[in-house]
Structures are given as structure tokens and as C-alpha cells.
Design a protein around this ligand. Structure first.
Ligand SMILES: [Ca+2]
Ligand SMILES: [Ca+2]
Ligand SMILES: [Ca+2]
Length: 236
């Protein structure tokens, strides 16, 4: 019975969220308590070679001090990147439904997550990771936007629906490989040795957390050593 009540409450909230979005152009409530926020974590990318090839990983992180029943994050990106995928590995959200819609042509994507049974307790952490292919150098920006349906950035919980704050992502992509694991300013064979020592001989960890993950797939493995050696053998 409790489950049905939760679902009915959730459907009412979705109606409120949809209604407020369409009619008033914004969600109903002022954000209760501290400002809830959607922003981006430390990005990881590599870009090298001739012709240039590269990948970019951008984590979406969020904070909220109310329990959440739904999360809606519509985004638009600009710059020399193409979306590859959206990954929820490591996300702090265990949603009952997750809907990701991608419109590569208009460079928009929308992430919708709903918790029918258990609200997500307040906290901060990873929502998901966005993975892009980089095809050129240049300025990249990820902002919030309307998606086609008119959906806006929004959270909802037992108290209603509201709009969290949003901090957009901005980055200048220049030729770069995140392989300077010993943080001496150069990416060279010493870094590959350092990484092997870390992985197989209990050596020290990469100085900056992001730079050991040379291929930006979210883990530090032998694949990063292979990637780094390939990069060095190709002349950097
Ligand atoms: Ca709040
Ligand atoms: Ca180095
Ligand atoms: Ca990696």
C-alpha cells in the first residue's frame, strides 16, 4: 500500500513539475533550505596526434539538502566535441527509472531520473559522467537548456518541485595528454615507469588524481600505461 501511495504522490509531483514548467516557464517552489546545485567536477581529456584525436570525460555532480524523488537535467553543449555516451557507473543515485535523450544535431541532451519508492537522501556527489569525442582544439561550454519537450532543470521531492542552481562547464581544449603522473611538468617515459610502479610494485599514487587516468575511462589500469607508451612512441 505504501508503494502505491509513493507512486501516486510521485505522479502528482510530475504533473506539478510539468504544469509549472509549461505554464509559468519555471518550477513552482523556491528551493527550500540551502541552495541545491548542479555543477561539473574535474574533467579529464586527451587530445593529440595529426590528425587530432581525443576524448573528454565531464562528471556532472550535484548537491541537495532535501530528499529527492526526481531529477531532470537538460543540457546543451557547444565546441568541437561529439557526444559518445552518458554513464551512471559510480553515480550516487539509485533511480527506479533513468531516461537519457540525446539530440546530437542540436547538441542537446536530457537526463531524467525518478525514485518511486525511496527518496534520495540529501547529499552531494556524482550524478553521471558525460563522454565526448574531441575533433579539434577550441572552447567548449556545457549549459542548461530547454529540451524539445520544454523541460527545464528541476528537482522534486515530497515538498514539491524547484529549480536548483546551475554552474556551467567551460574549458579551452588544447593538445594535451594527462600523463604527467609524477607532476614534474613533462609527460615522458619516467611517467610510464611511475605508473607501472604504482600499479604493480606498491609505488606512490599519481600526484594529481586525474592525471593517472591517461585514457579518461575513469580507472587507472595497465591500459593507461599502454596508452601513454603509444603516445610517447608516436612522438608526443
Ligand atoms: Ca535546498
Ligand atoms: Ca612527468
Ligand atoms: Ca584509464
Amino acid at each position: 500500500m505504501k508503494k502505491y501511495k509513493q507512486i501516486i504522490l510521485f505522479l502528482i509531483l510530475m504533473l506539478v513539475l510539468g504544469f509549472c514548467s509549461m505554464v509559468f516557464g519555471q518550477v513552482c517552489l523556491a528551493d527550500p533550505g540551502e541552495p541545491d546545485t548542479v555543477l561539473f567536477g574535474d574533467a579529464c581529456y586527451y587530445l593529440y596526434g595529426q590528425p587530432l584525436e581525443g576524448k573528454l570525460k565531464v562528471p556532472i555532480v550535484f548537491f541537495h539538502d532535501q530528499g529527492l524523488m526526481c531529477i531532470r537535467v537538460p543540457l546543451v553543449w557547444s565546441g568541437p566535441i561529439i557526444i559518445d555516451s552518458v554513464s551512471f557507473v559510480g553515480s550516487r543515485v539509485e533511480a527506479d527509472t533513468v531516461v537519457v535523450r540525446i539530440d546530437s544535431l542540436s547538441q542537446k541532451l536530457s537526463i531524467g531520473m525518478t525514485m518511486y519508492y525511496d527518496t534520495l537522501p540529501s547529499g552531494r556527489g556524482l550524478l553521471c559522467n558525460l563522454y565526448f569525442t574531441i575533433f579539434d582544439t577550441g572552447y567548449v561550454e556545457i549549459d542548461t537548456a530547454f529540451y524539445q519537450s520544454g523541460s527545464r532543470l528541476g528537482f522534486c521531492g515530497h515538498v514539491g518541485a524547484w529549480t536548483p542552481q546551475f554552474v556551467k562547464f567551460q574549458m579551452d581544449l588544447v593538445p594535451f595528454v594527462a600523463g604527467d603522473v609524477n607532476n614534474d611538468g613533462e609527460t615522458d617515459i619516467v611517467d610510464a615507469v611511475y605508473l607501472v610502479n604504482y600499479l604493480f610494485r606498491d609505488g606512490p599514487a599519481p600526484i594529481r588524481s586525474n592525471c593517472g587516468d591517461v585514457n579518461c575511462d575513469s580507472e587507472i589500469t595497465i591500459a593507461d600505461v599502454v596508452f601513454l607508451i603509444n603516445y610517447l612512441l608516436r612522438g608526443g
